[in-house]
Design a protein around this ligand. Structure first.
Ligand SMILES: Cc1cc2nc3c(=O)[nH]c(=O)nc-3n(C[C@H](O)[C@H](O)[C@H](O)COP(=O)(O)OP(=O)(O)OC[C@H]3O[C@@H](n4cnc5c(N)ncnc54)[C@H](O)[C@@H]3O)c2cc1C
Length: 491
């Protein structure tokens, strides 16, 4: 039945797109979604195609960057190429992430083929590979999506420096509903300072997508065949962390989980999502993170349930729009998003004042990683992360805060929490992850609380508080067997 319901929803969404416009060529594209990164905005006359360099948003449908690329290609009457370049190493990504990503890209390739769009899977340093591709095949323009982490931003800068002046590069924010540079021109202080800036623009940006059409211009150039196998043999990938089983990659699987959420969990999402014992979260972060489904699409669908589940829909919108876009704002406007220098002033002062406070427990990174602390709840949460590749949202806060309490200095606490989150969490290497750790340890987007040892004015969380919130024992029981298995394995 789920399969059938998912197919129905996929079809229904497809029809909505068709009703919204025949083609992107005639569709009124909101230019504010685009940033022209080069001086030139005209495609050269002798161009043999347009490239959409896909990276953060690995989907064909509901993708403003791909739609914009098709618009330019149609205007110039040239073929459209989607290039995805898989880097040999990306932050702390492991086999778990690579497999999920590649699984989704297989579907992207199929979708592209059905639409006469050329899909190219490249492998190497993306800035160099895209540069080579564009020159070799005489591409006339590059459209890129938007990823505000330093590494992907540096690839774009490098490409911009190297590329000949007559090839324009345009960036389209296909990840956020309101483009990050339109929401605000500066670093925002908290959810309360960005909320209205986003909400006041939703009418303009929370709009239905048109369809990607079958591309009428095909290429007569010869291209290399996609070598899927080669990618996972790469020695730089950490293969000790294997794939997850509860979430399957790709657009259709993402829509299936979304449908599942609406049908089975949305009615108690507002009440139970902070309770790790209940299966109440949307669980959509893996697909959102890899851009396999569009948040904007999910919002367009979920608002239809507002009269039925008002509070749940509002809460989901707060998380998926406000909190998520706030994370992008933080990383885009604060290059220290991944270290203690990125903390706001009040937090830096308080962390420094309590730097030398006595810690009751001190653990090494290895002990944290293997769930060997004295706290069985913390260990169980770590096991959930290792085993399932996703920790419950409420426990993520508790988990990160304990690094501050049980390490020698805040710098290590932040570094280790980011590292383990990026390594094991399927939605890791995301602005949300950096901000989640910064919120927990450096009080980013939070405010000062009553002063106490080690934490100073940073919000504190403890075991007793968890016991008041949910059945801690049941959670530990669920994950402790797994904890032992893991520890035994380590020996
Ligand atoms: C220490 C720590 C680390 C985190 N690491 C990550 C990470 O690596 N990747 C990641 O996507 N999120 C991260 N988060 C944010 C949040 O915990 C997850 O987005 C959420 O648990 C994902 O589960 P879900 O999709 O079921 O969430 P839901 O509650 O169903 O929320 C729906 C969507 O809203 C967004 N969202 C929810 N909570 C937040 C939040 N606090 N901040 C920003 N966006 C949010 C996510 O895109 C999420 O998929 C982290 C939070 C903390 C405290």
């Amino acid at each position: 039945t789920y399969k059938k319901l998912t197919i129905d929803l996929v079809k229904q969404i497809e029809n909505q797109r068709k009703e919204n416009g025949e083609s992107i060529l005639t569709f009124k594209f909101n230019k504010k979604r685009v940033r022209i990164l080069t001086k030139l905005d005209e495609v050269t006359l002798h161009s043999k195609g347009i490239v959409y360099w896909m990276f953060r948003d690995a989907r064909v449908h509901d993708n403003w960057a791909l739609l914009f690329a098709q618009k330019i290609a149609l205007k110039n009457r040239v073929p459209l190429h989607v290039c995805f370049c898989v880097p040999p190493k990306f932050l702390d990504a492991t086999l778990r992430h690579y497999k999920f990503l590649l699984g989704g890209l297989v579907e992207v390739e199929q979708d592209c083929r059905a639409l006469n769009i050329n899909f190219h899977l490249l492998y190497g340093e993306p800035n160099n590979m895209i540069f080579d591709f564009v020159n070799k095949y005489k591409m006339g323009a590059i459209i890129i999506d938007f990823f505000p982490l330093k590494l992907p931003l540096s690839w774009v800068d490098d490409l911009k420096d190297k590329l000949s002046e007559n090839i324009p590069i345009c960036q389209v924010d296909a990840h956020n509903i309101v483009p990050c540079w339109i929401v605000s021109e500066k670093l925002e202080y908290a959810a309360r300072t960005i909320r209205n800036k986003i909400n006041s623009k939703l009418e303009e940006f929370l709009t239905e997508f048109p369809p990607v059409i079958k591309h009428p211009y095909v290429s007569n150039q010869k291209f290399d065949k996609t070598k899927w196998d080669k990618l996972l043999n790469n020695k730089l990938i950490d293969k000790s962390v294997n794939e997850i089983t509860w979430a399957k990659p790709g657009y259709e699987k993402g829509i299936e989980e979304f449908n599942n959420f609406i049908k089975n969990r949305l009615n108690f999402y507002n009440e139970k999502r902070n309770n790790p014992i209940y299966d109440a979260e949307s669980k959509l972060s893996p697909w959102f993170h890899f851009g396999m489904i569009s948040v904007q699409r999910c919002i367009l669908e979920i608002v239809k349930y507002k009269s039925q589940y008002k509070k749940s829909v509002e809460d989901f919108m707060e998380e998926a729009i406000i909190r998520r876009e706030l994370s992008d704002n933080f990383c885009f406007y604060n290059s220290n998003y991944d270290n203690i220098n990125g903390a706001f002033k009040w937090a830096t002062i308080t962390l420094n004042q309590h730097r030398n406070d006595m810690r009751d427990y001190l653990y090494t990174l290895d002990e944290f990683e293997n769930g060997l602390t004295h706290d069985n709840l913390w260990n169980a949460a770590q096991m959930q992360l290792i085993k399932e590749g996703k920790m419950h949202g409420f426990l993520r806060m508790y988990w990160a805060k304990k690094f501050l309490e049980w390490t020698e200095k805040p710098e290590d606490a932040l570094k280790w929490s980011i590292y383990l989150n990026n390594k094991y969490s399927i939605d890791g290497q995301d602005p949300n992850g950096y901000v989640g750790c910064m919120w927990s340890i450096c009080g980013v987007h939070d405010h000062g609380w009553k002063e106490r040892p080690i934490f100073g004015k940073i919000r504190y969380m403890n075991y007793k508080g968890c016991e008041r919130k949910f059945d801690v024992k049941a959670f530990i029981e669920k994950y402790t067997t797994k904890a032992f298995t893991h520890k035994e394995k380590k020996k």
